[in-house]
Ligand binder design. Sequence first.
Ligand code: NAD
Ligand code: IPM
Ligand code: MN
Length: 347
Amino acid sequence: MKSYKIALIPGDGIGRDVTDAAWQVLKKAADAGGFLLEGTEFPWSCEYYKETGEMMPADGIEILSGYDAILLGAVGWPVDVPDSVSLHGLLLPIRKRFAQYANIRPHRLLPGVQGPLRSDGFDILCIRENTEGEYSGAGGRIHSGTANEVATETAIFTRTGVERILRFGFEQARTRKKKLASVTKSNAQKHSMVFWDEVTQEVAKDYDDVEVSHYHVDAIAARMVIAPESLDVVVASNLFGDILTDLGAAIQGGLGYAASANINPDHSVPSMFEPVHGSAPDIAHLGTANPIAAIWSGAMMLEHLGEEQAARTVMQGIETATGQGVGTIPGKDRTETITQAVLSAVG
Ligand code: NAD
Ligand code: IPM
Ligand code: MN
């Protein structure tokens, strides 16, 4: 029987609840599909940091490299661990060290879910650059605490990085409506974003079957709300993609619906699957977190592992549950109720 080794990192806050929910559904889909998911849980989190002084052990990346995929809940507990410590100690190094350069974030309305801004015509695939750009970590502070203090955060865009994310986006567009929107802010940012526009035009020559549009990030944010049917695949830098995908989640109905896959297409290193949302301290421990984003992320994991039929089964489970009105109104159904509805649909 085929078997996959999965590293489970529930992390902080609602990360635990939604990962448990996703894992139950994935295990059931694996049983039905005739393959095995072997999970190993890692307690790496802000709690772990408070006990050990680190978010994960020094050889954490090495440990994870032995797995076929990583399923992560959420990282961050700003109540007593600064985000700059927790995210740079766990989530961001995993993305970077495994070169999970393509962050795939699908945004569409599920059956029965009424978004606050759109009730139909919303189906976008955001491809977010995931390893460089505004998240490069370059920069610093000088003259700390004085009136002359200066803080810099240097965005670094490499030809390799920009070209590969655009090629990835073009390939995705070929499997959809063959439309790609490239997002920049080249009217204000005259180095990196003009460079991005140039690389887009060069790469586009290899994909003359795909229609390319260029948008500034502010304009596409409005377009996502007003005329999303004009969009298909949206490719954006790390920070712009981060912001646009919380907007995408909101249009879907809320953060509890938005899934993501951090992909390195080279299967020799693990890719990571996690909801777009964070640890939600405001609702942690209430048992009301929506697990759909995490379950959907799990379906993306199955697809990446090559278990397409099981991935479809999980998605059908989610859609059957929401189609029956379970998990369609934020905060109405408990995590457990939504999970059970998906589980029985998967069965
Ligand atoms: P958040 O996504 O955790 O929460 C934003 C809002 O959305 C909150 O009102 C929350 O209750 C709601 N929400 C989020 N997920 C939900 C779900 N599944 N069901 C129902 N409601 C949900 O963002 P935040 O409050 O800015 O961040 C909290 C912490 O999480 C911070 O430490 C932040 O850095 C971290 N964070 C981590 C990740 C990640 O691990 N990938 C992503 C985003 C934020
Ligand atoms: C996300 C999150 C992370 C990001 C944070 C927590 C560093 O917001 O996955 O969208 O910005 O990438
Ligand atoms: Mn985000």
